[in-house]
Design a protein around this ligand. Sequence first.
Ligand SMILES: Nc1ncnc2c1ncn2[C@@H]1O[C@H](COP(=O)(O)OP(=O)(O)OP(=O)(O)O)[C@@H](O)[C@H]1O
Ligand SMILES: [Mg+2]
Length: 237
Amino acid sequence: MLHMKKISRIYRSDTIQTHALRDFSLEVNAGEFVAVTGPSGSGKSTFLNVAGLLDNFDQGSYELDGVNIQGLSDNELSRLRNEKIGFIFQNYNLIPDFSLFDNIDMPLRYRGFNAAERKRRIEQSLEQVGLASRANYLPSQLSGGQQQRVAIARALAGEPKILLADEPTGNLDSLMARQVMDLLHTLNQQGSTIVMVTHDPDQARAVGRNVQVIDGQITDHSIYAPTMDNAPIEVSA
Ligand SMILES: Nc1ncnc2c1ncn2[C@@H]1O[C@H](COP(=O)(O)OP(=O)(O)OP(=O)(O)O)[C@@H](O)[C@H]1O
Ligand SMILES: [Mg+2]
């Protein structure tokens, strides 16, 4: 599904160069739920932004759902991103003046779906996150956890190949974080492929596969058994 090989991303300013990703290689298969952890500044968001075609890279190769993204134009990248990627950000990124319905509708309009198809997708995705009755609410009328669930609905409505989440519970208290995590686990069980950056070791442990990023590189791969206590069955460097 996601196939990155020796990706390097360097941010340059007049005085400094930051090697945000170096020889970063990762493969994520369809149906996996991968947690990405690592210290602040290690390159986790850079990885996710490159994976989500929001940022480009300097070296290496990246294949997304069988498409080699090298050499694609900005238009082609936008189209691919809209079709294949569902993004979930820490701060929800909802438009405050738009109802939940219109927030979810926006990227669907951009893709040119007709009104009936958009309505179907919006209603179905709000149903999936348990907010079907609130379609006409504004984001400010919801709790943080509910707003994040709207952001998840917006991602799902695009019927993406992969969900990319950057600290999706970072702004939430533990109860709301739990609800959002439960939702992500349910979506994964229903077939969604998910890559999630998290600072929370418990959240990481509860997920099928853990990847650690340090200094722009993957340093650790731990595959956990999907058991109740999440005991590791296999750890390889
Ligand atoms: N747009 C940018 N311009 C310049 N440097 C950047 C830019 N984005 C990220 N960096 C640098 O790249 C490195 C990796 O940043 P990144 O945001 O990927 O870290 P992170 O692991 O997500 O950290 P955090 O856990 O704090 O969110 C950092 O040194 C950061 O300062
Ligand atoms: Mg980050």
